[in-house]
Ligand binder design. Sequence first.
Ligand SMILES: Cc1cc2nc3c(=O)[nH]c(=O)nc-3n(C[C@H](O)[C@H](O)[C@H](O)COP(=O)(O)OP(=O)(O)OC[C@H]3O[C@@H](n4cnc5c(N)ncnc54)[C@H](O)[C@@H]3O)c2cc1C
Length: 428
Amino acid sequence: MTGRIRVGIVGGGLAGITVAIALSKHRHVDVHVYESSPQFTERGAGIGLSPLTLEALNNIIPSAIDLLKTEAGAVEADAARLVIVRTDRCLAPFPRLSSGTEAGALVADLGQGAGLTMNRAPLLQTLLSLLPKEILHARKRLKSLEQVDSGVRVTFEDGTNEHFDAVIGADGIFSTVRDHVLGGKEHAASPAGWWDCRHLVPFEKAREALGEESFKVDRQYAWLGDGAAMLHGLVENKTMVQCIIAAIDKSFSTDRKREVTRNSLNDALPASWYKGPVAKGMVDLILDQEDPKGYAQWEHKFTPTYANNRVCIIGDAAHATSPWQGAGAGISIEDAFIIGHLFSNISTAAEIESAFKAFDALRRPRCQQVVDNGRRTGRLFCGQDETVGVNAEKMGRELGLMFAPLGALDLKLHKEDALSIMQEFLNN
Ligand SMILES: Cc1cc2nc3c(=O)[nH]c(=O)nc-3n(C[C@H](O)[C@H](O)[C@H](O)COP(=O)(O)OP(=O)(O)OC[C@H]3O[C@@H](n4cnc5c(N)ncnc54)[C@H](O)[C@@H]3O)c2cc1C
């Protein structure tokens, strides 16, 4: 087919592969994905997708939910149960968990209905299986981009070049495409203020260490308290438990990775944690792995635009956020859904710039809100908000406000808004 719009996607993570699927549905778009790693893979453990994210994914891939259940081992899971470790009064319903009168108050059961949790690797492999192999190019690290009259010239580190009508940067938090779109590193990622460490352990082992009550409801549990938060949730068809300890980052180091030892965890966790029910068990579980490591959480505090002529950024390249809202992949999938819809409504390369401008105008406020609310969620989880403190009732109210916007997006309207904004740009 001649006259197809040629789109190069840089980065083969969840954002890059999902937008490739959204675009490859359109016969007038010729899409190619370039990934720097030798293979298209995802590392790390579980990931949760909310009902809204699944609705967006279902719009891109009909029957996505069934596919994830059968091919990626996804299991249904409600949003998290938030429990306080130490507060100034006990609201129960976990009196038996309390090691003192202050522990065990329920802050909130966050709810948007049942989402899915699964491991990252099978999720990516399931998505990859929907794309023709010949459009997937591994070992291709982008070096530079140049916008020329007829489109975008892309140079890879191996010295090869490609020419595209448009380029979509899905190359993650330290994106090279982002630097091109924003004209430098002024808005590069920076520390969000916390670090975390993780371990995936068999269910029986976790239940023994954390107690029966910690698995009473079929949700991820988040334990909130002074200076830190602890989370645990079932993955891999409920056979494994992902354990996370996150704490305020006092190091101010620019090195994201760090050693995790009993001493460093004791240093990060105020004594109040050990009066609660889970801290000792969680610390033991985290340390029960070879060479445990912690990672500083980084984010894009502000991003002035996602689009520059024929180049745009999506996913973590555009809006890397601290993980407190568990929504980075969710908003990346929303990005892919909107890009796919905009491209289904253009037919020539000359219209790309308007499509990317519309994408920026529509998506940036939504995604910036997730970044900002993520940061405030972290402060609330770790008892850092001065007006709220470690008070279950106030935390519940404020966290409700932080999480509400995530699910409150009408995707049908969002899609329509995208088109009408693009039409305005096309008319001008
Ligand atoms: C601890 C943690 C827990 C999280 N949990 C959740 C959750 O439960 N739910 C949720 O929705 N989100 C969650 N997120 C967020 C989610 O993981 C990310 O937002 C999402 O994976 C981002 O995908 P991406 O494709 O944009 O970026 P990435 O996954 O970083 O992919 C970028 C890809 O680009 C490649 N690349 C980089 N540079 C180049 C280059 N120069 N040339 C070519 N390729 C390049 C990389 O190799 C990589 O494959 C979590 C994040 C963290 C850190």
